[in-house]
Ligand binder design. Structure first.
Ligand SMILES: Cc1cc2nc3c(=O)[nH]c(=O)nc-3n(C[C@H](O)[C@H](O)[C@H](O)COP(=O)(O)OP(=O)(O)OC[C@H]3O[C@@H](n4cnc5c(N)ncnc54)[C@H](O)[C@@H]3O)c2cc1C
Length: 429
């Protein structure tokens, strides 16, 4: 039997759609809980999602201070990921919560991980349909070079970032904040051959010049400053600084226009730096990400809607499956400015399992930046360390449901929490 026939004829224990950090965490965690057949579907030609496709770097902070000591909130699969990345040379702990990653090493580390753990990856396959009977998802359809393929499964996890699977399955959702606007989209890019010490010495002056150029109308990018990070490559800087507002990340025509606007902003920024800022005189524009990045798009209306009040109140949910304290970091959906709410040292919130459960589906979970949250809560839970922990929780929960022959909402939550702790996770208490 051909491989293609074999893969499409079996019923998978679990199908994970979206091979970002969340999806990989989910698939690997489910395998480790004893599921035999786990299919991981990804539209790109590699794993990792945002850090691989969008060049997102670094890991944002995920720890606090307890009794004068650093206390990590995102652990378990995320700690393992850091270790794997370090082993292949794609990670640098720069201290003070500055953890750079290299996308090519990340892709390699994740290929090896899923291979070792017996997850079946499928690249270059885009979800395009869902077959559902009552509340039960029976199969997903993906478009590939071999045409539209159908995969049947017992359980499904949507890790697409945009809740594509849940939406196609008819589960309720919302887009962005109450007026439908989402956080801005950003096309990340890299500039090389920078004289880094000279740039650092003149960094403040560069920011002031940027503001002046903006006020004079020479810079059209509405972002309030230039957002730059280091990379693992000598002389190369990472720019997370283009800003496209009032475009819907799930409307293909809006995204097309956003890509073009962001590309203009990238060149505007490069010429500004090269021609006006010490350290950039001999710099070269290297490349931009394969796609503009959406910080926020669709989020499910799940069995629990996590809110800003829950986060600020540091609520410890009975069904907590993850913890976090990244600031509520909202890039203005309408223009200039970024607002922050920082959590006091020693405090954190939890994320309930119910936020991963879409309504109207009994064998489907959602993990990643599209779980059930408000715009404000999503602005904190969306970072890479936290979404990886959500993936781990979803994978373990799905495995428990399949093994017990029950729906994902019927599992024993205490057993889920215990399995997560055994897997090294911190669930908030
Ligand atoms: C511009 C920008 C800057 C950011 N900066 C930082 C930062 O500095 N540090 C930090 O920690 N976080 C940062 N974040 C947030 C973080 O990177 C993301 O929120 C997080 O990685 C999302 O993870 P995810 O797994 O939910 O989604 P993704 O990483 O987007 O993964 C989803 C995966 O699903 C695949 N997919 C989507 N739709 C389909 C489909 N229909 N069929 C098949 N496959 C599909 C995608 O190709 C992708 O691989 C940033 C985000 C953006 C956009």
């Amino acid at each position: 039997m051909s491989v293609l026939r074999e893969m499409t004829e079996k019923t998978w224990d679990l199908i994970v759609v979206g091979g970002g950090l969340t999806g990989v965490a989910a698939a690997v965690s489910a395998r480790r809980q004893g599921l035999q057949n786990v299919l991981l579907i990804e539209q790109a030609g590699f794993l990792g999602g945002a850090p691989s496709t969008l060049l997102i770097n670094p890991f944002m902070p995920y720890s606090t201070t307890v009794d004068g000591r650093r206390f990590e909130l995102s652990r378990g699969f995320f700690s393992e990921l850091r270790r794997l990345l370090e082993e292949v040379g794609g990670y640098r702990d720069g201290g003070r919560e500055k953890e750079d990653i290299h996308e090519e090493y990340l892709k390699l580390a994740l290929d090896r991980l899923v291979t070792r753990e017996g997850v079946q990856p499928l690249f270059h396959a885009t979800l395009c349909g869902v077959r559902k009977k009552g509340e039960t998802v029976e199969a997903v359809q993906v478009v590939t070079k071999a045409g539209v393929l159908t995969f049947a499964g017992r359980c499904f996890i949507d890790c697409t970032g945009d809740a594509d699977l849940a939406v196609m399955a008819g589960c309720p959702y919302h887009l962005g904040r109450e007026d439908g606007l989402c956080q801005p989209m950003t096309l990340c890019f890299r500039i090389g051959n920078v004289d880094i010490p000279t740039f650092q010495k003149n960094r403040q002056a560069m920011q002031e010049k940027y503001k002046r150029f903006q006020a004079e109308g020479k810079i059209k990018n509405p972002r309030e400053n230039v957002l730059i990070f280091s990379t693992l490559v000598d002389g190369v800087l990472h720019f997370n600084t283009t800003r496209v507002v009032k475009h819907n990340p799930t409307d293909p025509f809006d995204v097309t226009e956003a890509e073009m606007i962001a590309r203009e902003q990238m060149f505007e920024m490069y010429y500004f730096l090269r021609d006006n800022c010490p350290g950039f005189e001999k710099s070269q524009l290297l490349y931009s990400a394969g796609s503009i990045g959406a910080r926020e798009s669709r989020m499910i209306d799940g069995e629990y809607l996590l809110t800003q009040e829950d986060l600020v109140g540091c609520v410890k949910f009975e069904d907590a499956i993850a913890a976090g304290n990244y600031d509520i970091d909202i890039h203005n959906p309408e223009g200039s400015g970024t607002s922050h709410y920082y959590f006091p040292a020693g405090t954190w919130y939890t994320i309930p399992y119910r936020a991963l459960q879409p309504k109207n589906a009994d064998n489907l979970l959602v993990a990643g930046r599209c779980v059930s949250t408000t715009h404000e809560a999503q602005a904190s839970i969306r970072i890479m360390p936290i979404v990886a922990t959500l993936g781990q929780a979803a994978g373990v929960a799905a495995a428990q449901a399949v093994k017990a022959g029950v729906g994902v909402k019927e599992i024993d939550v205490k057993a889920l929490q215990e399995a997560l702790r055994q897997g090294g996770a911190f669930i908030g208490y």
